[in-house]
Write a protein that binds this ligand. Structure first.
Ligand code: ZN
Length: 255
């Protein structure tokens, strides 16, 4: 069994066929999917989906792309909802926008503090900003945990993330031809720190690159990790699933 720990099934792409997408996921061994919020509307939608689908769980947060239009004021009430298992995705993104870095940091830190208060893990988004993100989290070391979602830096940064108490999220790009850094990270990181995710509908693994991603494709990520670490598919799926259960406390929420 596999847990897809990061999917945006709350986006328009799945409005018409969410049930088929989940059925397909189950056929391919995916037993649970964590649906990730990014702003108020998608947070609400993630919760709604988790309430109506047994295999779904939700996270609520403010993604760095939405800091100019969304505040964190609505989060606290939503965190009370059953099946909300984490805060995020939140973090910093200097790839798309740099001029609002102050605002990005402010909104990110508010969410780190919510994580300290609620003891919920953080789903971290960081793009071209590992150092800045790391520096925001460092003062809270020991008080927060979570995952560096869709990890895209090098082995040295992976070690720093783990040292902060975080997991490394691995997605479709591990199957791409030129994923040299990522291959190095996966080969040299203990499997007990790795989570598998899809980031659906983005970042489809090979052989679906460029098409809509979906949770069923998590198996291609598991397969690639197994190949790189010279382990069996089962060892990788068992360990990463157990990591996901531990971090997001999914066992306690089993119905
Ligand atoms: Zn995402």
């Amino acid at each position: 069994m596999i847990v897809d720990t990061h999917a945006h099934l709350n986006t328009e792409e799945y409005v018409h066929d969410i049930d088929e997408v989940l059925e397909e996921a189950q056929i391919h061994g995916v037993s649970k999917v964590i649906v990730i919020g990014m702003d108020e509307a998608s947070n609400q939608r993630a919760i709604e989906l988790a309430k109506t689908h047994k295999m779904l769980f939700a996270t609520v947060g403010v993604h760095p792309a939405y800091v100019d239009t969304t505040t964190t004021n609505h989060l606290e009430a939503l965190l009370e909802e059953e099946k909300v298992v984490a805060i995020g995705e939140c973090g910093l993104d200097l790839h798309w926008k740099q001029d609002n870095i102050k605002k990005q940091k402010e909104i990110f830190i508010q969410q780190i503090e919510l994580a300290v208060k609620t003891k919920l893990p953080l789903i971290i988004h960081t793009r071209d900003s590992f150092e800045e993100t790391y520096q925001c989290l460092l003062p809270y070391k020991g008080q927060v945990t979570g995952v560096f979602h869709c990890f895209s830096s090098n082995l040295e940064d992976a070690k720093r993330a783990i040292d902060l108490g975080f997991y490394i999220g691995i997605d479709g790009p591990i199957t791409f031809k030129k994923a040299y850094d990522l291959v190095d990270v996966v080969k040299n990181t203990d499997l007990s720190y790795i989570l598998v995710e899809t980031d659906s509908p983005y970042l489809s693994p090979m052989p679906y690159r460029g098409k809509r991603n979906e949770p069923a494709y998590t198996k291609h990520v598991v397969k690639k990790i197994a190949e790189l670490k010279k382990m069996t598919y089962r060892e990788v799926s068992n360990q990463t699933t157990s990591n996901a259960h531990k971090l997001f406390n999914l066992g306690g929420l089993e119905t």
